[in-house]
Ligand binder design. Structure first.
Ligand SMILES: [Fe+2]
Length: 263
């Protein structure tokens, strides 16, 4: 099974430039790449920061672009998103878990649990008691051989970039307490927020973060101010290959140009 992760599209309502590049044009280029080379993907996960600000036109632009993909798309909010607009445009009339954008997506390789870590008015992530309780029910009520994937915007661990680590998930300990009894059944955690291609493990559970489709966070391991150092490293999305035994995460830099050659 192949799935796609797109993150941190930061669309603007009038497609004005953001840090010198067009979020809409870049997402359109990413979608062209997916349509061309990955039309066989089972679904596409959008892991938050879909719009830069609370502009309904930005969400409509995203909905229009996503509708050109041949596979289903699932959306999660990030700290830049406005829950009301997100729901109005991307909700599809679905009923939400306890008022949050959480949902379970079943596949032949397990259940993807999409967690809503948006805390309105904050750049940091939040998983309140209600959201943790939903996750706990999903884990506890599943048949004992079912395996899980966690998908969220905010990372549950510091990634070593202090300017971003200050805006990580605040309730990481509570999340771990909830999932620890099931840790052997959790195959992977996918998140965004950090605008970089990162892989590793958290309490032994593999994780990956993919790039923004627009602008990137610098690999600055020292700066500790409230502002986040950024840069225009190549944008990307993740192509994730899954079978019964393996998970492989490719980060594709979809704007790369230049001659192709055989080596
Ligand atoms: Fe972001």
């Amino acid at each position: 099974m192949k799935i796609i992760q797109i993150s941190d599209t930061h669309l603007t309502g009038d497609d004005r430039l953001l840090f010198g590049s067009s979020p809409g044009q870049r997402l359109a280029a990413a979608i062209d790449s997916i349509r061309r080379d990955h039309a066989d993907a089972a679904f596409c996960l959008f892991t938050g920061d879909l719009a830069e600000g609370a502009e309904v036109a930005a969400y409509r632009r995203l909905a229009d672009l996503a509708a050109t993909l041949p596979m289903p798309c699932h959306f999660l909010p990030g700290n830049h998103d406005a829950r009301g607009l997100f729901r109005q445009v991307l909700g599809g009339g679905r009923a939400y878990a306890d008022g949050f954008e959480q949902q379970a997506v079943d596949t032949r390789f397990g259940r993807f649990l999409l967690l809503d870590t948006l805390r309105s008015g904050s750049a940091s992530g939040e998983l309140c008691a209600q959201r943790i309780a939903w996750l706990d029910r999903q884990l506890a009520q599943a048949r004992p051989d079912l395996r899980f994937w966690l998908v969220m915007h905010h990372p549950p661990l510091p990634v070593g970039i202090p300017s971003m680590d200050q805006y990580a998930l605040a309730e990481a300990d509570q999340l771990w307490e909830c999932i620890a009894p099931y840790r052997d059944r959790i195959r992977h955690i996918l998140f965004g927020h950090v605008h970089r291609a990162i892989g590793g493990s958290w309490h032994g559970i593999p994780f990956s973060c993919t790039k923004s489709t627009n602008h990137q966070v610098a690999l600055d391991l020292r700066s500790r101010g409230v502002d986040v150092p950024g840069g225009h490293e190549a944008p990307g999305f993740a192509v994730i290959l899954i079978d019964a035994d393996n998970v492989v995460v490719h980060h594709h830099e979809f704007l790369a140009t230049g001659p192709a050659f055989l080596l």
